[in-house]
Write a protein that binds this ligand. Sequence first.
Ligand code: BES
Ligand code: MN
Ligand code: ZN
Length: 508
Amino acid sequence: MTALTLSTAGAATLRADALVVGVAKGPKGPVVAPGAEAVDKAFDGKLASVLDALGASGADGEVTKLPAPAGLKVPVVLAVGLGGVPAEDESYDEDALRRAAGAAARALNGAKKAAFALPLEDASAVTAVAEGALLGAYSFTAYQGGDKKDKNDAPKGPLAEVALLGAKPRDKEHKAAAERAKIVATEVNVARDLINTPPNDLTPEAFAAVAQATGKELGLKVQVLDEKALLKGGYGGLMGVGKGSENPPRLVKVSYTHPKAQKSLAFVGKGITYDSGGISLKPAGHNETMKCDMSGAAAVFSAVVAVAKLGLEVNVTGWLALAENMPSGSATRPGDVLRMYSGKTVEVLNTDAEGRLVLADALTKASEENPDAIVDVATLTGAMVLALGNRTFGIMANDDAFRTAIHEIAEEVGEASWPMPLPADLRKGMDSPTADIANMGERMGGGLVAGLFLQEFVGEGITWAHLDIAGPAFHEGAPYGYTPKGGTGSAVRTLVRLAERTATGDLG
Ligand code: BES
Ligand code: MN
Ligand code: ZN
């Protein structure tokens, strides 16, 4: 991954391949942002007018490359747009900084070293710029450059080194902010790698092996239930979904504990390594990106690892409900009834509503340990994408205050989310003549129906929230800000911040 350093060097003296400066969108044209004074000086104070002449406005995400004037020790200056100029008594919005740093890092793909001279007013700005740069520098090239005869075919690596200018390496807060950003960005990128890995390679077994290897490295306890143990244990949801595949299901438990912890959290992730729909097969056009259906499990895994690396004073258990949803002679049929781990029976009306089945077992299992709260993360429904679009995840919960807290935390870390209800009247749509409940209900409000289904498997009295990340988990369009094409690592930052807040008892 990209290396990150805090540098005391001045913008005019540091040697690098590029120098990144911020430019805001002022009422009368572009305005050079604080942090870039020395660079502006090297342009004889004319950087803003040069940018204006080049047609740059300072709009969010805009990238302008300029040849550096004499006096700077870099060949290129890269001006990145920050959007509007903040009011007199306000500083630059953290996510605007994160996005700008991301856009700049992305534009410097293949470069060795870039110095970032963006406005760093306080430690949270350091976190934002560092995270943005490290997230924007991400690229997934593991499967490219296969033709060894053609050297030009080799993929460009990400920007190798980011030096933050204006951050204070001896300031405790700045140092901690940079360390935190490194850990969080690394783990978001790990989640992205897992999501982007093709489903022929990332099977439930392979995902479990990654968890075991990482757990060993970090001293985390990792327990894996394989298909034999799942069958014996009565995990009808996981087994029912996994039955049609040559790649059997797994339930992985990753535990992090801190000796001084007062609170415990359980994170539960949907880990469908490929969702074909099963016998209720998805049509072409709806299955090409379904390797992303384990994004919830990836987010949960990465978040637990980040919490461990941060050494937070809270116990966090991650549950990865891993299965591949495939059609075959051994697959679950629409009409089959499954006996879940909780004992409840479920009539499977649509084998494409598989996420709720694997999550149900994991939620019951997680509830047995009576954690202070459970949060599940899942690419659960197309309905949530229709409701909230491609960049916003939905939050449902059995506790209003908890739902609000998660919404605020997500906002704080720069993840778009919106609170959604669990209307009780939608429950009757899942009534089944043969079983306790069906895995499908009314089509209208499908995301909320799925949430209501999950709620039935949460232990009595346990605070629970459900994040439906089907929209933001996988980005199919052109990259923007710090968001690449493909897996985004959605929800990792929210889960980590929730753990931090839980550790400090500051949950609002
Ligand atoms: N994995 C899908 C949901 C999904 C859709 C994720 C688009 C990411 C992008 C889920 O398993 C699914 O197929 N849900 C069905 C449920 C329906 C059959 C009740 C859906 O949303 O159509
Ligand atoms: Mn499905
Ligand atoms: Zn699915």
